[in-house]
Design a binder for this molecule. Sequence first.
Ligand code: AMP
Ligand code: MG
Length: 518
Amino acid sequence: MIRLQFDNRLLRELPGDTSGAPGSRQTPGVCWAAVQPTPVAQPVLLAHSSEVAATLGLSAANVRAPEFLAAFCGNQLLPGMSAYATRYGGHQFGNWAGQLGDGRAIGLGEILNQAGQRWELQLKGAGPTPYSRRADGRAVLRSSIREFLCSEAMHHLGIPTTRALSLIATGEQVVRDMFYDGHPRAEPGAVVCRVAPSFIRFGNFEILAAHGEQALLQRLLDLTLDRDFPQIVGAPAERYAIWFRQVCERTAHLMVEWLRVGFVHGVMNTDNMSILGLTIDYGPYGWVEDFDPGWTPNTTDAGMKRYCFAQQPAVARWNLERLAEALQRVLPARNWLDDGLAQFDTSLQTGLSAMLAAKFGWLDWQEGDAALVEDIFDLMQRAEVDMSEFFRALAELKQGSVDVELLRPAFYQEHLMQNHRALFQQWLERYAARLGRQQESDAERRTRMNRVNPRFILRNYLAQQAIEAAEQGDLSMLDRLMQAARQPYSADLPPELTAKRPAWAVNKPGCSTLSCSS
Ligand code: AMP
Ligand code: MG
């Protein structure tokens, strides 16, 4: 018997549309709408995260039980569950897009676990909601595998993220035009159960401000503070100020962490920004391989590059400004909103220098370090050096014998290595001189560097291999990636899971760039 303790505060404390009426529609005056997941034909559990299951208090036997499968594919709710979709809006690619909402996400309720933690459960791909607009509320297996794997991979990298409990194939087909070129085809469908302390997005606040629903905005704000930021105490005005500063801080921290590992979200619209500073909504994301600050995996953004790697902190700030604008409707004291944004800038700067110092193995951030970083990033871009391989190779440097050959594994192309050989050698000598100013053995430094520079990242070509195998019924790659994701900093991972992108993957769909089709 699966026994979970539900305490559905969002449903209890905020008004909702309980009509259960079918069809897409605007839902003014409410924060959510009651929906039922649409049952699926032949659910099969493809994968689950044992860590998330344990956090929720689910045993291995619970996960194997038919009621687990039925609940997390949306066929039969568990006692205490109540299904809903939330209303939000958002700025997409810089423009206000109006009401969006959970178009294919269905909340199941909030669990209180043994430790007293609150975890909200949410199915993605479980059928249409009032916010589905013209779409079907479903998700394909390929994007579901990507969301499932990457949520867990990010968690084990130590990066704030929503989690994934389960990945279930529906046994039904979903039609998608993957390249947006007029060639739709049927693909296997899937449902992921996502888990987070809260799924509230910047867009949940923005939609209420855009519609002048001040009283409701105030209630959402109070629920967020009370439920999701209970550690903040004090007089109301003071609490709001502290809260917004924390939202800004958490967002800055998330940006620093994405930059540390080379993660590019791909669609940083305000509806994809978590109020808790979690990575949320895994779509056409990717990982920087050959170093390029301007790289984006999202084909829809190929022209503008609004959401490219290096642009992410600036976009996060822009998004926080849109959130501040929304909050201003109920909290006219503008100065603390400005304070929060200033906090973002400060947290970003201090976070970036601390992160870069750690990546390069420096015990502190000194004058002159910025030039060393800039120079090597410039070289890495020109010579198309793999970012993750570079830092693992750099950790191996021996101060007594500086040799550019050390970096060979990070190069994709021999001629680019030869052309830039002397420049890399010169840089390594400057770097070794910098290391010489700190009292630390090479081995100690290597250990520290390898704790922040991952050996395993979920490179798109790896995820794509898991997808293609799973579509043929072979789950072994999915399983192996999940195993590797659990210890991303380890030196003993299978070489085929840590190898930089092979030549065959350079232009293969899904392996370098992706469309938003999911
Ligand atoms: P995204 O680009 O994935 O962040 O989605 C933007 C909006 O489109 C959100 O409101 C989603 O819920 C909605 N959406 C995306 N795909 C679907 C789908 N297949 N069915 C219904 N709504 C969707
Ligand atoms: Mg989204």
